[in-house]
Every structure is written in C-alpha cells, then in structure tokens.
Design a binder for this molecule. Structure first.
Ligand SMILES: [Zn+2]
Length: 255
C-alpha cells in the first residue's frame, strides 16, 4: 500500500505516528512524506539565521525519514507559522497527492480542541480537502495539463488526535520512534534549552532535550496503549473517503 504523510513541520509525525510508520514500512508499505513548511522559526536562538535553520531541518527530516523507512520526501517550503488555508496551498498539496497516488493519507487532526498553531490547523484541513477532491478533474485542471491525473484516496487518518477510533500497537517500534525523534537535533536543542531555563537542571542541553522528546513520545504512546491494553500504541481518527466527503467507520477497530 502507498501512504502519504502530510505534515506542517519537519518533526510533526515522529512523536504521534513514528511507531506506526516504522511498523508499516517494515510490513512493506511505500511511505512518502510531504512537509509543508520549512520549520524555519523553530528555535530560541536569535542569532540563528532562519534560512540556515531551514537547511538544517531539511537534512534532519531526511535522516528521520530514513530511520522510519520513508521512501521519498516532498517539501513545499512554506513559511513556518504563517500558513493560511488558501486555494493555492490546497492545490499544491493536491498536486503531490495526485503524483504519489496513495491509498492512504495521514495528517494532523485540524479539529484537535484548542489547536492554536495555524500551520497545524491549515495543513490538517487543506490535506483533508485535497484528499476528498483529488478525484475530481475540474479541481485544479492545470495538473492534467502537466500529465498528473486525478486520484481517488481510500482512507484518511488524522494523528495528534483526542478522539481516536483506530489504534496501532507500536510496543515493538518505540526504540525506532525515539531514534527518529532524535534526528531532529535542532528541536532536541530547543527542548533542552527550554528545560534548562525552566528547571535549572545542570545536565547537558542535548540530554535534557532527548529526555523532553522521550517523555512526549512515551506519554502519548502510553496513553493510547492503555486504551487498548498494550504497552505502547498510537491513536488515529480514521475515515473512509468518498468523493467530496469523509465517512466515519461505525465500528472501532484495533490493528
Ligand atoms: Zn508542528
């Protein structure tokens, strides 16, 4: 199966669905990433040039993707923190969907309560819209002229969700998930810096940063694990796709 993971920032996927991606790539699925922003404001260092950070984060994304078995990565190079739900951005996302032709798309849950990050809301909503409209040839017909055909996506999974109806047991994939998180070294440093300021803990910034990532990844996976009686799991809001809309499956299933 082909799977396209559409994320706002280079490190959005790892904590929330990194275990699932590792599991799916191991079972033979072809996984692709689409990263919509450069992540170029993800630092507390005022002396760090934001275009330099964009380059660093691109490299980190490719390293993390390798750890999780991702086949290819697409970048839209949007400005971190400034994405808006425009028809143009929806078209760019749809173009990648039509090129990759995935059976399943995974993205951030735009309906997460109190989701304040505009990039998360924007990418979640536009990716879902692009998924349900990608099969209609009169949406963005310029793609046809480029030889890119309409495509029908079968399933949509929202991650970073509070209302899961589908789970993956990732107990065997936690170490790989953590390794993928650590690839985002710029974010490890940012997390460690924030922890040092908040707690005064004298350990190295890198150690503090990795601990911050570990706690987040473990906390999320333990919470979902408890809901299905395993040590670690990841939860998703899963929909079947119909032309123009999403259908919620009636029965909750575990995988
Ligand atoms: Zn993000």
């Amino acid at each position: 199966m082909k799977i396209l993971n559409i994320q706002a920032h280079p490190d959005d996927a790892e904590c929330h669905c990194g275990g699932t991606l590792a599991k799916y790539s191991e079972r033979g699925d072809e996984i692709y990433y689409l990263v919509c922003t450069k992540g170029n404001r993800g630092t507390c260092d005022r002396n760090l040039d934001i275009e330099k950070l964009a380059e660093i984060r691109k490299k980190e994304t490719l390293e993390s993707a390798k750890v999780l078995g991702v086949k290819d990565v697409f970048f839209l190079d949007g400005e971190d923190g400034f994405l808006c739900p425009t028809p143009e951005l929806r078209g760019k996302i749809m173009q990648v969907i039509r090129k990759v032709k995935p059976e399943m798309v995974m993205t951030l849950d735009p309906f997460l309560p109190y989701e304040i990050h505009p990039d998360h809301r924007t990418v979640g909503i536009l990716a879902a819209e692009a998924v349900v409209f990608a099969c209609f040839p009169h949406f963005y017909p310029e793609h046809l002229k480029e030889g890119i055909q309409p495509h029908f996506v079968r399933e949509l999974y929202f991650y970073r969700t509070r209302e899961p109806n589908y789970y993956e047991d990732v107990t065997l994939y936690m170490e790989r998930k953590k390794r993928a998180c650590y690839c985002h070294e710029s974010q490890v440093i940012m997390g460690g810096t924030q922890r040092r300021i908040a707690t005064g803990d004298p350990r190295s910034i890198e150690e503090l940063g990795r601990e911050t990532f570990d706690e987040l990844a473990v906390r999320i996976s333990e919470r979902f694990g408890k809901q299905i009686g395993v040590k670690y799991a990841e939860g998703f809001k899963k929909f079947e796709v119909r032309a123009g809309h999403l259908v919620l499956e009636e029965d909750d299933r575990t995988g």
